[in-house]
Design a protein around this ligand. Structure first.
Ligand SMILES: O=P(O)(O)OC[C@H]1O[C@](O)(CO)[C@@H](O)[C@@H]1O
Length: 523
């Protein structure tokens, strides 16, 4: 570790640890904290907005990012700025956005931002050409080129499924043009659920796999085609669209080249919603919404690319993430979406953050000397309040929390629904921070528990794009602060290799695994 990195951490660790209450009042013992912004000045210091679009054409939107209920203060912000500088944050960000090799272990660039127009010219042009093909295909399908299509079964897993599933769940509630079902699990129950809801005569299958080799996806795809064939579809392969970075494999598998939408190898699976992996979103809710999602993400890219230090909101969020993981020993971070439309966001962020930053070595192969990605978990408010918030308020773990909410409601019912939803969201943040002494130990709340709030104007396609891009850049910023490569995922390979060996047979394993195989009749 360089001296500059070590000394930035020394400063961070030596910072005083005022409580959130003290930070808001700037009153501390011994006169400490004099000059520290308090009250609304603190809120102003730690709150920022990212906006996009124009009110004239109805495309405007914004997200307010309020990190004031975290323990970040001026001393920590400045020490973390030094850490970011020591880690070469600005040049690493530039390398990412210029399409340089940032995924060093695989010798690749990471060009997901180019898919929404932020990146090197050649990458942006390649993305525009892909989007043009995708748009033509979506419009042709909507226009009946493949016959009447009412349903899409999107088969994929991990990054090839979580983004489409989340986006469809958020955006296709009232206006689905095509009824989309995302099937990921190899458990046949998942595909059965989808096919029961679809009419084979009007169903299209999208096979989404970057590698086009993933066993779950290929097995589900074969079964989906068999279902079409068994149910009177004369040419099942004529009903398949392939979304992949391995177009030759898709063609070999039997998909007509005109229905293969190839995205670049440099777009990572968990960063691929912007590429042809977003096809079900475009087909399900229309091209305009898919484009709006890209535009919302691009607005965040612009902020991320052009804002320095503590004012860079994804980087500021990463300062707090690193602080809680390393200084306060928090092993998890929870995300609660106070909006039914974002019900699948916590699972999406789980993959994004844990697959990117759950690592043991730095980008140059040395052991990481700090805790890497915390475990991301979460759920939907207010349901989670009545299930897991007991531990968050009174448990022995310190869990930094993100709240995400929308000012505009997603429902047309009595406004009381949305009012109560938002009041609950804000009340939880306030209660976690303030605590309460209570009349007896069991009824007391320690307080001083941190949270951040992302308050969206509305949940629409652009907002969803902006939220995801914010978390992509937050994840990247965390990786830079730790010196790790967020773009590989070798940790998932060993289990896959052992599953292949089991399938092949002829190898023996440990006694427990052998006994389990035996008990299940797989030995
Ligand atoms: O898109 P593919 O190649 O089928 O891979 C699916 C998922 O599997 C993983 O490689 C993990 O096993 C993810 O990174 C990826 O999103």
């Amino acid at each position: 570790m360089s001296n500059a990195i070590a000394s930035a951490w020394k400063r961070i660790e030596a910072c005083a640890k005022p409580t959130l209450g003290e930070l808001f009042s700037a009153r501390r013992d011994g006169g400490e904290g004099a000059g520290e912004p308090a009250g609304s000045d603190r809120v102003a210091m730690l709150t920022g907005r990212i906006e996009w679009g124009s009110a004239d054409d109805g495309t405007s939107g914004a997200i307010l990012f309020d990190w004031s209920k975290t323990h970040l203060d001026t001393a920590l912000l400045s020490a973390f700025e030094d850490l970011a500088e020591a880690r070469g944050f600005a040049s690493k960000r530039e390398a990412l956005l210029a399409g340089d090799i940032v995924n060093v272990t695989e010798g690749r660039s990471a060009t997901h931002t180019a898919q929404r127009g932020t990146g090197a010219d050649a990458d942006v042009e390649e993305a525009a050409a892909l989007h043009q093909r995708m748009k033509l295909l979506v419009e042709a399908i909507h226009g009946g080129a493949l016959g009447e299509i009412k349903h899409l079964i999107h088969v994929g897993i991990g990054g090839s499924a979580l983004g489409p599933a989340m986006a469809i769940n958020a955006l296709a509630r009232d206006l689905a043009l095509v009824d989309v079902h995302v099937v990921s699990n190899i458990d046949g129950v998942a595909l059965e659920d989808a096919i029961e809801a679809c009419d084979p005569a009007t169903t299209l299958i999208a096979v989404a796999s970057k590698t086009f080799t993933t066993i779950e996806t290929m097995t589900n795809a074969e079964s989906a085609l068999k279902w079409l064939a068994d149910n009177g579809v004369a040419d099942p392969s004529g009903r398949v669209v392939a979304l992949t970075a391995s177009p030759e494999k898709a063609v070999e598998w039997g998909v007509d080249e005109t229905r293969v939408l190839p995205f670049p190898e440099s777009v990572g699976g968990r960063y691929s919603l912007w590429s042809s992996i977003g096809f079900p979103v475009a087909l399900g809710v229309g091209w305009d919404d898919f484009s709006a999602m890209l535009a919302g993400a691009q607005a965040v890219d612009e902020h991320f690319a052009s804002t320095d230090g503590r004012d860079n909101l994804p980087l500021r969020a990463a300062f707090a993430d690193r602080y809680y993981a390393r200084v306060r020993g928090c092993e998890t971070r929870a995300v609660f979406a106070y909006d039914e439309r974002l019900a699948l966001l916590p699972s999406y962020l789980q993959q994004l953050e844990m697959e990117s930053n759950g690592k043991l070595v730095t980008a140059d192969g040395k052991p990481v000397d700090e805790p890497t990605a915390p475990i991301t978990w979460g759920g939907v408010g207010t349901d989670a309040q009545h299930a897991v918030f007991q531990l968050l308020h009174q448990g022995s773990h310190l869990v930094p929390i993100d709240f995400i909410a929308s000012i505009a409601p997603g429902d047309a019912l009595d406004p009381a629904h949305h009012r109560i939803l938002l009041m609950n969201c804000f009340a939880q943040g306030a209660a976690l921070m303030a605590g309460d002494k209570g009349s007896e130990p069991a009824r007391s709340y320690p307080g001083d528990r941190p949270s951040a709030t992302m308050l969206c104007d509305d949940i629409d396609a652009a907002t969803l794009g902006a939220l995801i891009a914010f978390h992509e850049h937050r994840t990247f910023s965390n990786a830079v602060l730790m010196g790790i490569n967020p773009f590989d995922q070798f940790g998932v390979e060993l289990g896959k290799a052992i599953a292949r060996k089991i399938e092949k047979g002829g190898e023996s394993f440990d006694a427990s695994t052998e006994a389990l195989l035996d008990a299940a009749g797989l030995a």
